[in-house]
Design a protein around this ligand. Structure first.
Ligand SMILES: [Cu+2]
Length: 162
């Protein structure tokens, strides 16, 4: 048989079926990417500001004021944040203070009240979105000592458990 002779006709449909499948796969890949991109865009609009935070910090503190109805502003007395970076990215630190934060969308306050000790993630955004958002709020044990508490030996008042 001459190797240069055309392949038998019956071999062709198989080959072209395969390439049709390959073409279909290639065509669907960009579509899948588009679907993923759209889903991400829609989700991002509802859930969080477009861009991720410029920096995040693990912080502890005590809830001072819960958000008013229809508001997402929560006041927390927080411990110092020694590695806090300013807008230029310089580590300037932040002292312990009571300040307002924006509760990240979807963040639950269930079981949390004024006076509750909490750990949370501080998300700093220097442009677009709330500048200081609080996410991953989690209650700490009520007897957690924070840096602004008086030293244990100097506690005044209150009842001492016996
Ligand atoms: Cu602060």
């Amino acid at each position: 048989m001459d190797p240069r002779a055309p392949r038998p006709a019956h071999a062709r449909p198989e080959r072209s079926r395969r390439s049709r499948a390959a073409r279909a796969l290639a065509a669907s890949a960009p579509l899948a990417l588009l679907v993923v991109a759209l889903a991400a865009a829609c989700g991002g609009e509802k859930r969080a500001p477009a861009a991720g935070p410029d920096a995040t910090y693990a912080v502890r503190g005590e809830i001072v004021r819960l958000p008013a109805e229809g508001s997402r502003e929560i006041w927390i007395r927080h411990e110092p944040i020694p590695d806090f970076k300013n807008v230029s990215g310089e580590v300037v630190g932040m002292d312990s203070m009571t300040m307002p934060f924006t509760l990240a969308a979807g963040e639950s306050l269930e079981g949390l009240a004024v006076g509750a000790r909490v750990g949370f993630r501080l998300e700093m955004r220097w442009s677009g979105g709330p500048p200081a958002a609080v996410s991953a709020l989690e209650p700490l044990p009520a007897d957690t000592r924070l840096s602004f508490d008086p030293p244990a030996g100097e506690d005044q008042g209150g009842e001492t458990p016996r």
